[in-house]
Design a protein around this ligand. Structure first.
Ligand SMILES: Nc1ncnc2c1ncn2[C@@H]1O[C@H](COP(=O)(O)OP(=O)(O)O)[C@@H](O)[C@H]1O
Ligand SMILES: [Mg+2]
Length: 352
């Protein structure tokens, strides 16, 4: 039932080219609610039942194209407080600094990997794609291998080679292909086309041609690729990414990997060693992300900004220097000024 409404919301939102944030403004809720709905979970510990009922009704109206008053529940799910406690200033849900956290789409990835279906995780940098590939291998007790591709990466990185003595030098890819395991190819949309053709052949057939012999593909071999684009070629932010050919696309289950802001907060808190500091820093980074989406689209404000700020709060730099190091990366000073005037926050109070 929820999966069904989640799918309908996602299709209509994409059709209208709305981000989750923009749709959140239309409905009157935080974008995290939409993330949850789109993956089929709204109930649970983080969302109060009356909020989930109200949201579901509003989304039904929106899907039916009817007019309605936006809700007044912009708050984030994790801030939901128990009903009985009046909430002048709701306390953040407790974050366990020692817990291992998973992305909200992790269950979908796990499902396909369990089916031994090859997948392509695509989404913005820093959304946790590569980490999820490693986590799924660990959770399913499968060996794990990894390679990051760029246009110069040759097929020997995957297939191995014979050295000057004629001895075959094996790679982790070969090991996973022959004996089973999850192999993550990072930045698949940045690979050279010849390498993609080789990979495609190895996924298509049950046999792989390696420099020393032909190898049978193990039934527990699962290929998990990641990329920043949807495989349809370059975008403004990723001008050099290549199109994936139809044959390759056909072999992969595409899973969109969006930012999980609750996961981002939890990781930042862990890095900062403090729920208060991690939460405040992340909220500021997320506000800057929202501002940048509208005013400076080429400024990438990824979750890594939250993590790096939390890791560098004791750096000897000034506030401005630190922000430039971890977030602005030398962009035009006018953009920095405009951004900071809309999103005031002084990290100095956390710095030494
Ligand atoms: N579930 C998680 N638990 C802990 N850290 C994570 C998790 N997901 C992502 N990270 C951290 O976030 C950063 C970006 O994740 P990564 O997997 O490299 O993203 P992507 O591959 O989408 O660019 C890394 O520093 C990684 O350690
Ligand atoms: Mg990655």
């Amino acid at each position: 039932m929820d999966i069904e409404i989640g799918d309908r919301i996602r299709y209509k939102r994409k059709d209208l080219e709305l981000t989750q944030k923009q749709l959140g403004r239309v409905i009157g809720c935080h974008s995290s609610y939409i993330s949850y709905l789109e993956v089929g979970h709204l109930e649970g510990t983080l969302v109060r039942p009356e909020v989930s009922d109200k949201l579901r009704r509003l989304f039904e109206l929106w899907l039916a194209g009817e007019t309605f008053e936006p809700a007044d529940i912009i708050e984030r799910p994790r801030k939901a407080a128990p009903e009985s406690i009046p909430e002048p200033a709701p306390a953040p849900a407790p974050i366990d600094l020692n817990a291992k956290h998973k992305h909200h789409t992790f269950g979908t990835l796990r499902y396909y990997v369990e089916q031994r279906q090859h997948v392509y995780l695509w989404g913005l940098p820093g959304s946790g794609k590569s980490t999820a590939a490693e986590q799924v291998a660990e959770e399913l007790g499968l060996p794990y291998g990894y390679v990051s591709l760029n246009p110069q990466t040759s097929e020997f990185r995957l297939l191995g080679y014979k050295d000057a003595m004629g001895v075959y030098q094996e790679t982790v890819f070969r090991h996973c292909y022959e004996h089973g395991g999850v192999f993550c190819v990072d930045e698949l949309d940045n690979a050279n086309p010849a390498l993609l053709t080789t990979l495609n052949g190895m996924l298509e057939s049950n046999l792989g041609a390696f420099p020393d012999c032909i190898v049978h593909r193990h039934h527990d071999f699962v290929f998990v690729a990641t990329g920043n684009t949807n495989g349809r070629g370059a975008t403004k932010s990723f001008p050099d990414r290549r199109k994936m050919d139809c044959a390759m696309m056909d072999r992969l289950a595409f899973i969109e990997w969006s930012y999980d802001e609750i996961l981002e907060t939890a990781i930042a808190c862990k890095i900062a060693g403090s729920v208060k500091v991690g939460t405040e820093v992340t909220e500021w980074v997320q506000a800057v992300r929202e501002w940048a989406a509208e005013h400076a689209p080429l400024l990438a404000v990824t979750p890594r900004a939250s993590f790096r700020l939390c890791a560098a709060l004791h750096s000897p730099q000034t506030n401005d220097e630190l922000l430039d190091t971890v977030l602005f990366h030398g962009i035009d000073k006018d953009i920095v000024r405009a951004c900071l005037s809309h999103n005031r926050f002084n990290l100095r109070k956390y710095m030494r």
